[in-house]
Design a protein around this ligand. Sequence first.
Ligand code: ADE
Length: 224
Amino acid sequence: MTIDIITVVPDLLSGPFSHSIMKRAQDKELLKVNVINLRAYTTYPRAQVDDYQFGGGAGMVMMVEPLVNAVEALQSKNKYDEIIFLTPDGETFNQKMANHLSLKNNLLLICGHYKGVDQRFRDHFVTKEISIGDYVLSGGELAAAVLTDAIGRLIPGVLNDESSALSDSFQDNLLAPPVFTRPEVFREWKVPEVLMSGNHKIIEEWRYEQSVLRTKQRRPDLLD
Ligand code: ADE
């Protein structure tokens, strides 16, 4: 899968994909992340990409022209399954969307900045608008990093243990059960006995019960 990300702050995205699972995904050539600087596509002086909003009001707006230049240049080389604009007024991201997007080949993510993006770009180029939660970030970059991470780890072969993604929280609408590792006893706090039993069937049953219990307590909305 290839994920191209258009941004005015490419430096913000130089770190998140260079470590851990995202690095491994790229080393294995299962994922390719390209960060594209929007300023390379503007024809305005001093690499300008934003301007005052018509009608007045605080905050700058990202201009339609550099965005269209960038997207059309990329589209001449790649066919995108989705062109996703990260924005707080988009559809709220969740695991189901991550699963769905992990099956695509080419995604283009657009990071907004300033007050927003000229609506004409959203109307004519964007195929999906996604928010990562009900709060406002300074720009779409961190949201793009969240999306790329959540999607990238689901690509088959990225996680060493295939079952590991299946037992994540939110798969099956359940939160993950508690987990423990060595030592078996720490400050008199003992690991639940069932996990030391070696009986896989009752361990699985216990984990399922714990998942349901945790979901009831913390996120009853998921069980509706
Ligand atoms: N840009 C600013 N805030 C955002 C959010 N919550 N989700 C996605 N993109 C954003």
